[in-house]
Write a protein that binds this ligand. Sequence first.
Ligand code: HEM
Length: 157
Amino acid sequence: MTMLSFLVALLQVTPALAGEDPVAPYIMRDTHAGARPARETVLLEAFHGRAGIDRVVDDLVTTSQADPRIGDIFKGQDMVRLRRTLKEQFCYLLAGGCSYSGRDMATAHKDLGIQAKDMNALVENLQAAMTREHVAFRAQNALLAKLAPMKRDVVTR
Ligand code: HEM
């Protein structure tokens, strides 16, 4: 690492944002989003733009918190931050022109004890949210295909 890239990296260490809890410092990188962004711009249209992505994430988070299968996992966590970073992540992956400023998937989930069945429940909730947003199935599957390999970083037991 050169001195210049070190200084640039230092500037990217996240401060705590308004309404969010502080997290241990880390360097922001788009690669923390866990997959490369899509190349097709039609996906963003299929999700009805950034506003549609935001609606899908809000629906996913709200239904998952109320879901008796996985709701307890979200108790006591910073849901303001989760909504923000999840919106960024989906927008980044769907080529919506966002940067992802959150932590990598392994770091974000390491203490949550997530099981494969929890991941399946979350994916079901995401599919339901995308269907309520009238996202075409082909576009739904494009996002799910980006997320599927992240299971190895999210599921820890
Ligand atoms: C591919 C699947 C998943 C993706 C893409 C994903 C994405 C994210 C993102 C972007 C964050 C925020 C990172 C940050 O704070 O810097 C996060 C945190 C979190 N995720 Fe996931 N997640 C996935 C699976 C799950 C599952 C299956 C559960 C539980 C059923 C879950 C529960 C949580 C919780 C509770 C947090 C907050 C942790 C904290 O604030 O310390 N996630 N996830």
